[in-house]
Ligand binder design. Sequence first.
Ligand code: PNS
Length: 174
Amino acid sequence: MHFHATCTYNPVPMGIRAVYPGSFDPVTNGHIDIIQRSAALFDEVVVAILRNTDKTPLFTVEERTVMLENAIRDLKNVSITSFAGLLVDFAERIGASVLVRGIRAISDYEYELQMALMNRRLSNKVETVFMLPAESYSYLSSRLVKEIALLGGSIHGLVPADVETKLCSKFGTK
Ligand code: PNS
């Protein structure tokens, strides 16, 4: 079947840089799935770890950076960094026009909608794009992974191998 366009499409002059922000404490296979999908959709993806937070993280920003870097080694258009302050300010500063957020279940939506609309109010230069991870990761979260590791359960297949090792050694579990 032939497709007849009624107008011509010129190449997009500039690529789209997307930011994928989060705590990543630690990165899970669900995060990696979203990074891979974003990397296929956008020209460049900047994974940005939040530095200033009320939550006390399990891993330092440096530890989280190393784990993320190991996970994205094969993706040429993805980089890892950290940021403090407002997300929209950071996105504007690095010339990113898209904020990527992963939505697992409808329960995530309310909080994500609130944040996306607030970010839209704060800046008209960035657009939030919600992405869905594979269904097999729809129940996965960093918080649950930490809890299971702390209590000695298996987190195999939920996080990359190096993250599994680091979690077990943090908690002294196998
Ligand atoms: O992985 P998380 O913890 O759900 O990520 C939350 C994050 C980092 C996206 C959010 O807390 C954030 O953007 N913080 C930066 C401060 C900010 O911009 N706050 C206003 C959000 S409307």
